[in-house]
Design a protein around this ligand. Structure first.
Ligand code: NAG
Ligand code: NAG
Ligand code: NAG
Length: 502
């Protein structure tokens, strides 16, 4: 008996040494970013940590279903935040004015912060007496939640479901690399001529200052008005003080290279794994495609197919009608395409596709996509060449890189014709160079010392073990931007030279 009690005690203390309490905040969420965070949540729970997860995308039912079996996961649900996160549909026309997104940020953040600062879940956390060891914050537009980091007085980690935004790199003191790392929505590659580098640098600096001077003050104002916390530091101060790690959905075999400090972890591909068997009806459709095989078409969750211009949709359908392949098109239910008779017989429309499992099917030949980072990673993992029609943010860059690396063809929404689309499909299906390049990059992407998940878990636990990692942050983040770029040093030198000449 005594022995048993002893054993129990021993086991439970050993367990409690390993198990930590982690608060994961992603009230402003998107499906693609959530796909990057979920494996991390699952991984932490399986390691025995106690995770409290506020994911704005989860509906009440999902909140009770998702990983319901485990006792060490608690999901927080709030209807208003869910309404905002699940209703974030991107207007197809933004592709023509990518900067509108940046200039719309103050209004957008105002709406987000007002919602969050009124939310019962936020206040429940704000007033909570619970102890946590670490906070993980979804990095895309969740800065309104930073007062919680201050309240708990804990190191926090940003987890970003795509490439980093310039203000994330600035906040953690990682090189901004404007000379070779193209800005989001810049449409450049890593080799830029003088004017492109000028624009890349200026737009990056403008983005950082715009964020700091036009967006962060909005958050500060709302936090001051709505939260009434005594001596609350500014959002910028909280971020700089408590931010200890930045986890990115990038992969060195796939993305343009950027030098990073040790506290930037590249974990792209974290959600990849062997394909699972398809549901019976899909398996029958796909397997029935014979030698010609199958093509998947999906433009992600944010672009509504009803937004695709009618003439472009007709180009797709008439091109598909000429192909021997079977085509699966992710098409959410909408009125425009209700007339089944106008759909070619080799095309099947489905509101949802198990995309990764389909890409892993031996009959799959080609993936036509908008070029979201998760879609590209899934295609590369399963060795399926791509045709990419990018719409916004990082998609043009992803498309350009994939085309430059020779495993994808990039097309443009605005001058698409049946001939252009048909020729691109023909090229991919008949020219072996795409498959060969794809095989090469697929190998590069998989060739890693440890799995991205193991890497992420190691670093999260590292931050907990050492109560942050201030020793790994560069002093660079304490410099102003003109100091970081050594503008002052260069100016000093040119002044000296000028004096000598006189
Ligand atoms: C796929 O189709 C072939 C015949 O074309 C058939 O022999 C095979 O059993 C099918 N596989 C599955 C999993 O249905
Ligand atoms: C389509 O338009 C893009 C720019 O919008 C241009 O770069 C490309 O060359 C055009 N393609 C053709 C075939 O005209
Ligand atoms: C195959 O594709 C490569 C890369 O785009 C191209 O250089 C080559 O000319 C193509 N070959 C044929 C036969 O079209």
């Amino acid at each position: 008996m005594i022995f048993r009690v002893f054993l129990l005690l021993f086991l439970s203390t050993e367990f409690s040494v390993l198990a930590h309490r982690i608060l994961i905040l992603s009230p402003i969420a998107s499906y693609s970013h959530a796909n990057f965070i979920k494996p991390v949540v699952k991984g932490l729970v399986e390691r025995g940590h106690f995770v409290t997860y506020w994911n704005g995308l989860l509906s009440e039912n999902q909140a009770t279903d998702f990983l319901n079996q485990t006792t060490n996961l608690r999901l927080l649900y709030s209807p208003e935040v869910h309404a905002i996160s699940s209703g974030n549909i991107i207007d197809f026309s933004v592709r023509k004015k990518p900067n509108n997104f940046i200039f719309g940020l103050p209004k957008r953040m105002e709406k987000y912060c007002e919602t969050i600062y009124r939310d019962p879940v936020f206040h429940q956390l704000m007033d909570s007496q619970e102890k946590y060891d670490l906070i993980i914050l979804e990095a895309a537009l969740n800065e309104c939640s930073l007062p919680l980091v201050y309240k708990f007085d804990l190191p926090f980690i940003y987890i970003m479901g795509s490439m980093p935004l310039p203000w994330h790199l600035e906040a953690i003191g990682s090189p901004l690399a404007f000379d070779h790392y193209p800005q989001i929505s810049s449409n450049y590659a890593d080799e830029m001529n003088f004017w492109q580098r000028t624009y890349n640098t200026l737009s990056g600096i403008v983005a950082i200052y715009y964020w700091r001077w036009m967006v962060m003050p909005v958050i500060d104002r709302l936090a001051a008005e709505m939260l009434q916390i005594e001596n609350l530091p500014t959002i910028e101060e909280i971020e700089k003080h408590y931010l200890n790690l930045l986890i990115l959905n990038t992969n060195m075999g796939l993305n343009y290279q950027m030098a990073t400090t040790p506290v930037v972890i590249q974990a792209g591909g974290i959600n990849l794994g062997p394909a699972k068997p398809l549901p019976d009806d899909l398996e029958t459709f796909v397997n029935g495609s014979g030698d010609a095989g199958c093509i998947i078409v999906s433009f992600g969750t944010y672009i509504k197919n009803s937004e695709i211009p009618d003439d472009v949709r007709r180009i797709f359908l008439s091109t598909f009608a000429r192909l021997p392949q079977r085509i699966l098109w992710k098409w959410e239910d909408d009125k425009k395409i209700g007339h089944r008779e106008s759909i070619p017989s080799n095309v099947k429309l489905m509101p949802w596709l198990p995309q990764a499992d389909l890409l892993g099917h031996p009959k799959m030949r080609l993936f036509i996509t908008h070029g979201g980072v998760n879609s590209i990673q899934e295609a590369v993992y399963h060795n399926i060449p791509l045709i990419i029609l990018p719409v916004l943010v990082d998609q043009p860059l992803n498309a350009q890189k994939a085309q430059d690396d020779g495993y994808a063809i990039r097309l443009d929404w605005d001058n698409l014709t049946e001939e252009i689309l048909f020729n691109a499909i023909e090229q991919i299906l008949t020219n072996s160079s795409y498959a060969e390049k794809m095989e090469k990059v697929s190998e590069l992407m998989r060739d890693q010392m440890e799995t991205p998940l193991d890497r992420v878990i190691y670093w999260i636990e590292y931050i907990i073990r050492h109560k942050g990692a201030p020793h790994l942050r560069t002093a660079s983040r304490k410099l102003s931007l003109h100091q970081r770029f050594l503008f002052d040093v260069m100016l000093f030198r040119s002044q000296r030279r000028f004096q000598r000449w006189n």
